[in-house]
Design a protein around this ligand. Structure first.
Ligand code: NAP
Length: 302
């Protein structure tokens, strides 16, 4: 028995469409409704047959659903919450996939009608692409989905939401929302900020031409450009809505960067070697944990 009978997806981009594909592939019999504010996205989802019904409004999609998943940028969560609230039936579960959790709780907490269960979530899986054509059914396989249930969440409801995510191939962890935001600030948000920053710096250089930056990018730069090609709306919202945690991690990062700068200035090879060696161990641990491939060049096909 699937944990939910009818799932409504609000936002049908990379994450929403990947959930739709994974539900289709792994939970036959579950009815899928969807809505996106972008008419072209709705048309694409219809053409690809990703859901049973593409609704004209978020409320129409949510009506009758026992699970409603908000898969829109963080800055749109409140508006979407306002749009669906009148359609949420008592007993329904409302969740989201936003990359920052306390901000979503702040945005939606007071909107949730009595009798509706609100359990925020975040699948830690994605790519630098966006839109429904970028989605794929195996996106969540072997990846973690972090749920941040408020105190007092009904364990039966939590169990069903966990079963939903494990049914899509994910592994589930429960966490306090603020802790989630700190962890993701260092594992996801700061790396994106650094990538956006370094790509911007390189393209602003005058003594090195843009053509050279692109021509010799295989030296390392191109790996930053993959991350820095991520959706600007999504990432603007992440930095606006996980501000405190990102600033805290950024302060630590700046101190560590200054230490490396000092080691370079003073010719302190021992410090540099020690730091770089420790980084290799982290890479090996990520591969051992099944979160990346050990294949040369990250398994990229050429
Ligand atoms: P996406 O591919 O850009 O899709 C988001 C879709 O939501 C777009 O089609 C967007 O339309 C639509 N939308 C925006 N406001 C809306 C509204 N008020 N009502 C209905 N639809 C609306 O983005 P995504 O990558 O799927 O990200 C969605 C959420 O997942 C974000 O909260 C993000 O933080 C989270 N997330 C992303 C990743 C990742 O790697 N991408 C990973 C984990 C979690 P417009 O284009 O017209 O705005």
């Amino acid at each position: 028995m699937p944990p939910f009978r009818r799932v409504a997806l609000i936002g049908l981009g990379l994450i929403g469409s990947s959930i739709a594909r994974a539900v289709r592939a792994r939970m036959p019999g579950v009815a899928l409704a969807g809505h996106d504010r972008d008419a072209d996205v709705c048309e694409t989802v219809r053409r690809l047959g990703l859901v049973d019904e593409v609704a004209e409004t978020a409320a129409a999609a949510a009506r009758g659903a026992d699970l409603v998943v908000l898969a829109v940028p963080l800055g749109a969560m409140r508006a979407v919450g306002e749009a669906v609230r009148e359609a949420l039936a008592p007993g329904a579960v409302l969740t989201d996939v936003g990359s920052s959790k306390q901000a979503v709780i702040d945005a939606l907490g007071d909107l949730v009608p009595a009798g509706v269960h609100f359990v925020p979530g975040h699948p830690v899986a994605g790519t630098e692409r966006s839109g429904p054509e970028a989605g794929f059914a195996s996106l969540f396989e072997g990846r973690w989905c972090i749920l941040t249930p408020p105190d007092g969440t009904d364990p039966e409801v939590l169990g069903r939401l966990e079963a939903f995510w494990t049914g899509l191939g994910a592994r589930v962890e429960r966490m306090d929302a603020r802790h989630h935001d700190l962890v993701l600030a260092i594992t996801s948000h700061l790396p994106h900020l650094i990538a956006y920053s370094i790509v911007g710096t390189a393209s602003d250089l005058e003594e090195v031409t843009k053509a050279e930056v692109i021509k010799y990018s295989a030296g390392g730069f191109r790996d930053f450009t993959r991350i820095a090609a991520s959706d600007p709306t999504m990432w603007r919202d992440v930095f606006l809505m996980n501000r405190d945690a990102v600033l805290e991690m950024l302060a630590r990062f700046s101190e560590d960067l200054a230490a490396l700068q000092r080691a370079i200035r003073w010719g302190d090879g021992e410090t540099l070697y020690r730091r770089f060696e420790a980084s290799r161990a982290i890479r090996r641990a990520i591969v051992d944990a099944g979160q990346d491939t050990p294949a040369p060049d990250f398994g990229r096909s050429h």
